[in-house]
Design a protein around this ligand. Structure first.
Ligand code: UDP
Length: 325
């Protein structure tokens, strides 16, 4: 039994690959290396460079490696890019994922785990967000993810397929042993940018908005360590392998932290003042996004072990130092 991981050379995919390998699962990675980094794919995996929409290739990989489950990370993830170039996002995230799903079903694989997002929820849904909170994706990126959730629901009703969709909140940090981290050069995420600013790789960190209806006026998010998120995937895989029905779970700690609190953490960890510049709100950013992770804990038995902002920030800084060294 082998797990096929699409996008296994990317940030989250590579951490899930490490978690799978560390517990002894066999893994084959399929990645076109458009944004992923081959060096971040652990050498214990089989690696196939190719397109998830190449049905013949996907079916061949599944047969050759005796794949029983697919973890699907490959896709485009930058929200502003999705606004500027929506058709590329619908192509990469929906059209190609549909082709992948068809090949997976044809090849007889019955277990599928999908990377979804907290941005499927309506911006004015009450916080913390439970899985059944009102949906209302506002970016093309978020819409592609919700479309895939619907596609999976329909496919699972029609075929012998069960899936888990995991809705990620704000994923950050890096592998504790320094084997992987966030490496995209054009990163837009707060903790990555803060680490770059702390190390002098960018002149300062922009604070996007100081007039939000939040305790200190800056945006509030639920930051989750990438290794705790990886653990959620292992639990979802185990649940599917033991016959669990299809389901969807939030992945976050249920704890809201502001941009200013993240900056304070960076300053605590480095012992230095972080250069910041106050600026206007970034278009499309909701004031607050906090998960209710009750079901992930009670139904899948998830116990996060890195739920500490300073630890997340420290690991992100260590990776940033190492990655650009
Ligand atoms: N943010 C910021 N400066 C940055 C990047 C992000 O102030 O350079 C803020 C952003 O407005 C939001 C929070 O940090 O309130 C998290 O943003 P990020 O891009 O990390 O994730 P998102 O929630 O947009 O997926």
């Amino acid at each position: 039994m082998t797990v096929l991981v699409t996008g296994g050379a990317g940030y989250i995919g590579s951490h899930v690959v490490l978690a799978l390998l560390d517990r002894g699962d066999k893994v084959v990675v399929l990645d076109d290396l458009s944004t992923g980094n081959r060096a971040q794919v652990d050498s214990r995996t089989a690696f196939v460079e190719g397109d998830i929409a190449d049905g013949a290739l996907v079916q061949r990989v599944i047969a050759e490696h005796d794949v029983d489950a697919v973890l699907h990370f490959a896709g485009s993830i930058v929200v502003p890019d999705s606004v500027a170039d929506p058709l590329r996002y619908y192509d990469n995230n929906v059209v190609k994922s549909r082709a992948l799903l068809e090949a997976v079903i044809k090849a007889g694989v019955r277990q599928f785990i999908f990377s979804s997002t907290a941005t499927v929820y309506a911006p004015d849904a009450p916080q913390p967000l439970a899985e059944d909170a009102q949906k209302g994706p506002i970016s093309p990126y978020a819409r592609t993810k919700l479309m895939m959730e619907w596609m999976l629901e329909d496919a699972a009703r029609a075929h012998a397929l069960r899936f888990v969709a995991l809705r990620y909140f704000n994923v950050a940090g890096a592998d504790a042993r320094g084997r992987s981290g966030q490496s995209g050069p054009q990163a837009t995420h707060l903790i990555k940018r803060a680490a770059q600013a702390a190390l002098g790789r960018i002149p300062h960190l922009d604070i996007f908005g100081t007039d939000y209806p939040t305790p200190d006026g800056t945006g509030v998010r639920d930051y989750i360590h990438v290794s705790d998120l990886a653990e959620a995937h292992l639990l979802a895989l185990d649940a599917l392998r033991s016959g669990a029905a299809s389901d969807t779970y939030n992945c976050g700690y249920g704890c809201g932290l502001s941009v200013r609190q993240v900056i304070e953490s960076v300053e605590r960890v480095t012992g230095k003042k972080l250069p910041v510049k106050l600026g206007p709100r970034r278009p499309g950013d909701p004031p607050t996004l906090i998960s209710d992770p009750t079901r992930l804990k009670s139904e899948l038995g998830w116990h996060p072990s890195h739920d500490n902002l300073d630890e997340i920030v420290r690991s992100a800084l260590e990776w940033e130092r190492r990655f650009n060294a």
